[in-house]
Design a protein around this ligand. Sequence first.
Ligand SMILES: [Zn+2]
Length: 330
Amino acid sequence: MKKGLSFIIVTVLFLSTCLFFVSIKSNNENNSDKIKIVATLFPQYDFAKQIGGDKVEVSLLLTPGTETHTYEPTPQDIIRINNSDLFVYTGKYMEPWSERIAMSIDSNTKILDASKNINLIKSDHDEDEHEDSEAHEEDVDEHEEEQHHEHEHVHEFDPHIWLNPQNAVQMVKNITEELCKISPENAEYFNNNANNYIKQIEELDSEAENIIKESGKNKVAFGGAFAYAYFIDRYKLEYVSAYDSCGEDTEPSVANVKKVIDYMNQNSLKVIFYQELSSGRIADSIAKETNSKKLVFHTVHNASQDEINRGETYVSLMRKNIENLKEALK
Ligand SMILES: [Zn+2]
């Protein structure tokens, strides 16, 4: 009996050791010559794919439809990041957990803050009100205070840098520089791909400029979560928005909705924008009141599975935004 048991244990141990080595081998075989990149959000996912071409294998950390601002990585995500050659995140205001990750992962994984060399815009979002409402809470322990501090820190600057195409160009340059360091032998290939994509982004940028110039108008209205400060800043647009930040978890005030309606009526605006992946309910009621129509202004935080399957890119999604902007400035 005892002998039989030891035999079983030895066999099981032997088989699991084999499986372990087989799985290591297959992992290596699958990706032996490709640079493994994990990107948090769609813009850097798309940029890394465009630049890296067939030399890279890029995966998106946040699955389509995930709420991007409140996301926290799971242990599996951390393993995925740790197993990659390059981890690209937007910046600490978009992914406040990124600095913690950077300290905990393997030094073989290169980490890139894609917002490097980009001027950040201060967030409009007023935290004072929020602070007051929490001030009278009793027994705030240190941990909660710490979290509150992190929360405020998160809102200090607007994280949606990619919505200014000029920032997108800088993000492409940042990723290219990093890829060239990881694989200098492919530097020419990466630089060529990057230059081609930068050209497309720059075309998009001048298209937007021309549309605005030709329309002779510059006023737009947003009826959904607001993520567009960098776009507004780039093209010197004037705007009104029902929401003052990104996230529709709280309803906009009646006064804010009325402000949008009045602004649209005074300036004869015929389009109210809303965010993708949102019901557009507030935009619907504004559209009804102002006899206008609602159109999507894609924030490009992330793409839906459908959009990814269709092969949408940062440029193709932004081009649709610009077509809708043309409609709004008619
Ligand atoms: Zn956002």
